[in-house]
Design a protein around this ligand. Sequence first.
Ligand SMILES: *Cc1c(COP(=O)(O)O)cnc(C)c1O
Ligand code: SF4
Length: 321
Amino acid sequence: MPDDALPRTLRSARDLVAAGLLDPAAEAAIARLSERYAIAVTPAVAALIEDPRDPIGRQYIPDAAEAVTAPHEIDDPTADAPFTPVKGVVRRYPDRALLKPLLACPVYCRFCFRREVVGPDGGLLTEAELEAAIAWLAATPAIREVILTGGDPLMLSPRRLGWLMARLSAIPHVEILRVHSRVPVADPARVTPALVAALETEKAFFLCVHANHAREFSDPAAEALRRLNRAGVPLLGQSVLLRGVNDSAEAIEDLFRAMLRHRVKPYYLHQLDPAPGTARFHVPEAEGLALVRGLRGRLSGLGQPTYVRETPGGGGKVPVG
Ligand SMILES: *Cc1c(COP(=O)(O)O)cnc(C)c1O
Ligand code: SF4
């Protein structure tokens, strides 16, 4: 079950005003916006925000501009629906499938491509739905890799997560399990020994950590990543190219250096998907390409992610450039 009892996570416009992270004059508009797009700022993240417009604040503090959908923006930019054989599963490639056990996250990113569906009480698969999803995976021998995503799978209790890992590991043709999560940087206190133990499996396992700025690698985040690394979990990084967050040569280099220092191998840099109300984060691809090419000479090959975009309509990821 997602744990919504974390007392100090900021979850409303009022909470943000009280914490000094939102102008009181904006409270009413942001309160209306929050009926459509959830708010959550964990204590670990709030501690990193010096100004709501800084590279951390920008990722999580809502802005009235989100109420405006630009002409090119679409509700389901990755078009998951047509690729969903059974609730909670997305299969866009022959050999691998996503499994979304819940749609809650530790924080709600203002640029999220699933922003129309993620939220604190959204999308927890029922027991029967999860059994049906597992049954589909078990009955589809072409699937070699299951990617747990959501929402954030590390919002499940260690007991539930351990149960799910065991069920997926028991499918003979599944060779690789992967989890995509923001928890190690956004809510490192959740990375307890019990949670790490729940990820133990005989199958190959990779944890892909979503982070967009070097400052997200705080001391508690570093400790959480170290704990995972000690348990033998290979760590990958995925980032989204975001205006005002990591769109300078210095910021992007610092981000991938911070990942490497914390044993996280940069895997993908994503071009922003055109989800509604996210135009303030858009960086044109030509600019992104120049940033990525500029990294070549300055940063270890280990620190070079693949810069990708989603093909509109669900065609999958393709390298930019
Ligand atoms: C991104 C994604 C994957 C994983 O792709 P990789 O390139 O293997 O990381 C799998 N399925 C879907 C639907 C995806 O969107
Ligand atoms: S953690 Fe991921 S799924 Fe959740 S709001 Fe952020 S980008 Fe979206």
